[in-house]
Design a protein around this ligand. Structure first.
Ligand SMILES: [Zn+2]
Length: 259
């Protein structure tokens, strides 16, 4: 039957065609697999991929080790500035802990006047960021006392009518005359400004220039002694205005510390 034969022949052709097609596809698949493997071996370049670049991270090289520690990093400098070393000043309350000093007829003592002024001076200095020691006349701490300054506060006798004024002195044989002269000059200048009292240099005695504490403190500590006024004629200022007296002394010390 020609129709049947023709159909068989057509079926055979179709089968051959599909076999050929399968062969073509399988051959194409093998080629693709080979190309794929080659592209893997060539670093994906055939398919447009770029191999992940290996990023070289350079290791930091320590060129040197600092031999001098940075002040910014050192423990002392890392603290706030207000904890930086403060100047230290010793204030002697004249005669305190030893004797009354000069005494007026009604019992007013120089030691009490000196102590009231000395406490105010210490308070004023501390409020200005200066460390201040309040010392007795023969304080144990005076031996080899090291500070930016030492000032001893006294007042003059109560038995000379008409005598008024103040004076400041340093030790005669000074190891640091320039510094001690500067301290004396500052005290003279500021005390006069604050109290309005005149200087009374004629009454500077050996007791002042050879004052015992000058020979006890460390030679590098500038020292001065001030007689703040006479207990008789300057009594009102010394007894009733101790803060004014103290301001004059504290200002003199601050003047010296500023230099
Ligand atoms: Zn005295």
């Amino acid at each position: 039957m020609p129709q049947t034969q023709a159909r068989k022949s057509k079926q055979t052709r179709t089968m051959r065609h599909s076999v050929d097609t399968r062969r073509k596809y399988s051959t194409f698949g093998v080629i693709m697999v080979i190309l794929g493997m080659m592209s893997v071996l060539l670093g994906f370049r055939l398919f447009g991929f770029e191999a992940e670049p290996v990023i070289q991270i350079p290791q930091p090289t320590v060129l040197f080790t600092p031999t001098v520690s940075s002040p910014v990093l050192s423990s002392s400098a890392s603290q706030p500035t207000d904890s930086a070393p403060h100047p230290l000043v010793g204030i002697v309350a004249g005669h305190k802990g030893y004797d009354p000093g000069a005494v007026c007829a009604d019992g007013l003592s120089e030691a009490d006047i000196n102590y009231a002024v000395a406490r105010e001076v210490v308070d004023l200095l501390q409020r200005r960021g200066v460390e201040a020691d309040l010392l007795d006349e023969y304080d144990d701490r005076l031996v080899d006392y090291q500070a930016n300054a030492l000032v001893s506060i006294h007042a003059d006798s109560c038995n000379i009518p008409g005598a008024t004024g103040f004076k400041v002195a340093r030790v005669t044989n000074s190891a640091i005359p320039e510094a001690e002269d500067a301290l004396v000059a500052c005290l003279n200048q500021e005390y006069a400004v604050y109290t309005g009292l005149p200087q009374h240099p004629a009454s500077i005695t050996d007791n002042m220039t050879n004052y015992h504490a000058f020979n006890e403190i460390h030679p590098s500590t500038p020292g001065a002694i001030i007689e703040t006024g006479f207990l008789l004629d300057d009594r009102y200022l010394l007894e009733q205005r101790p803060k004014v007296v103290a301001r004059g002394i504290a200002a003199g010390i601050l003047c010296f510390l500023d230099k």
